[in-house]
Write a protein that binds this ligand. Structure first.
Ligand SMILES: [Zn+2]
Length: 301
């Protein structure tokens, strides 16, 4: 008996204390943890769009979910609400709770299609994630695995990407469009909406007559994402930003005939690369290709 209690203490205590804190996800937030909350709300029959942007509709859905579960109905998802919201999924599961798990696994570079089908590929990704995070590799996304997924920081380079605009602002075909002139880039035709960092970068304020109010989002290797024609920036020059951080509001500054966000990708050698494949991969929830593998032609008008 004493041995059993001791063994249980030894086995369970370190693991429990090693779990990251549940993140607090509230109105104004964006990115994959928001998408995860939205898919889980959908699983619980709340009607909300999984667009990765936590707006008033998502808040209402959280309040409704909290009220129905006897939780403090404050509309933000923290340590109280996450445990009620998560759903254990494993091979054979289908639907929005599986999409939530796939969205999380992709933050760590799993490169899964977010299709709501928990098949062999998702099972392998879960076991890999569990194995590399000190969890029992049983292929079940249960409470400890969920907490480790959503509370963790993402897997660095392969995972942890966010779209530059919310899914309600720009659809898949917008990211596939060719650029109007000979510069490899994409013009996302939106009016005045939040623009988000695609990945963890350092914000570099950049202004020119053609780019208008712009931002260069610098990566450690010197490669960068360039956003042009903003109406406003919402990050300080030199600030470190994570994927999904709002960095500005789109607009119509510089050489721009109509409000839009111009997005460029440049590798460390300064060469502009076609951003379409990269952004579409993020849109589809699959692992984006390396920047240096992106083509330099074929995406211009
Ligand atoms: Zn452009």
């Amino acid at each position: 008996m004493v041995v059993a209690v001791l063994a249980a203490t030894l086995l369970l205590a370190p693991q429990a204390s090693a779990l990251p804190a549940w993140p607090n996800v509230a109105q104004g937030a964006s990115g994959p943890n928001v998408t995860t909350v939205q898919y889980l709300l959908r699983h619980h029959s709340q009607s909300v769009t999984a667009d990765g942007a936590f707006g008033p509709a998502t808040k209402s859905a959280v309040v409704a979910f909290q009220s129905a579960h006897g939780l403090t109905a404050d509309g933000s998802v923290g340590s109280q609400t996450w445990p009620a919201l998560i759903v254990t999924v494993s091979q054979g599961s289908t639907g929005d709770a599986v999409r939530a798990a796939q969205t999380q696994l992709n933050r760590y570079g799993a490169g899964l299609a977010v299709d709501g089908q928990f098949g062999a590929g998702t099972d392998r990704a879960v076991r890999d994630f569990q194995g590399s995070n000190g969890l029992a590799a049983d292929g079940q996304v249960g409470p400890q695995t969920w907490q480790t997924l959503v509370g963790g920081g993402g897997g660095g380079n392969p995972g942890g990407y966010a779209l530059p605009l919310s899914r309600s602002a720009a659809g898949r075909s917008d990211y596939a469009a060719s650029h109007w002139n000979s510069t490899p880039a994409v013009d996302l035709m939106v009016s005045y909406v939040p623009a988000y960092a695609v990945t963890a970068t350092v914000a570099d304020h950049y202004d020119s007559s053609s780019c208008g109010t712009g931002l260069r989002l610098l990566r450690p290797d010197g490669s960068r994402f360039v956003y042009c024609h903003l109406s406003a920036r919402s990050v300080a020059d030199g600030a470190s930003v994570s994927a999904g951080t709002q960095v500005g509001t789109t607009g119509n500054t510089g050489n721009s005939g109509a409000p839009h966000l111009h997005v460029e990708i440049r590798t460390s050698d300064g060469v502009a690369r076609c951003p379409q494949q990269f952004l579409l991969a993020i849109y589809d929830g699959v692992q984006p290709p390396s920047l240096s593998s992106l083509p330099t032609t074929g995406c211009t008008g």
